[in-house]
Design a protein around this ligand. Structure first.
Ligand SMILES: C=C(O[C@@H]1C=C(C(=O)O)C=C[C@H]1O)C(=O)O
Length: 106
């Protein structure tokens, strides 16, 4: 019982997990550009495009669930980028302690 379905889910996860890691990896490159050019971390217009694509790619009855999943994917994506940018900034500032200089906190 359920072996077949769980094997299917395992196969899907096998594709999905590396793709999620790859997505974060591309985010790392985007973060580097944002750091280099002092661009804001969050881009709401781009996020709206991502959510819009869900409506085009997912059956209507599942779109709401996929949107919820993407809210987490985007959140983690931004957390990851924020951590990278902070580390690069600290490096550029000479490894100052995180709260040693309040003026550097965003
Ligand atoms: C990856 C980016 O950074 C943020 C994260 C996004 C994402 O994970 O899709 C989209 C927009 C930004 O808020 C980006 O700017 O493209």
């Amino acid at each position: 019982m359920l072996e077949q379905e769980r094997a299917e889910i395992d196969q899907i996860d096998q594709q999905l997990m590396p793709l999620l890691a790859q997505r974060l990896q591309v985010g790392q490159r985007i973060a580097a550009v944002k750091h280099q050019h002092q661009l804001p971390l969050v881009d709401r217009r781009r996020e709206a495009q991502v959510y819009e694509q869900i409506g085009q790619r997912v059956p209507a009855e599942q779109a709401e669930y996929v949107r919820t999943l993407y809210a987490d994917i985007l959140l983690v994506s931004k957390q990851y980028q924020a951590r990278l940018i902070k580390a690069w900034q600290d490096e550029a500032d000479g490894q100052s302690a995180p709260d040693a200089d309040q003026s550097k906190l965003k």
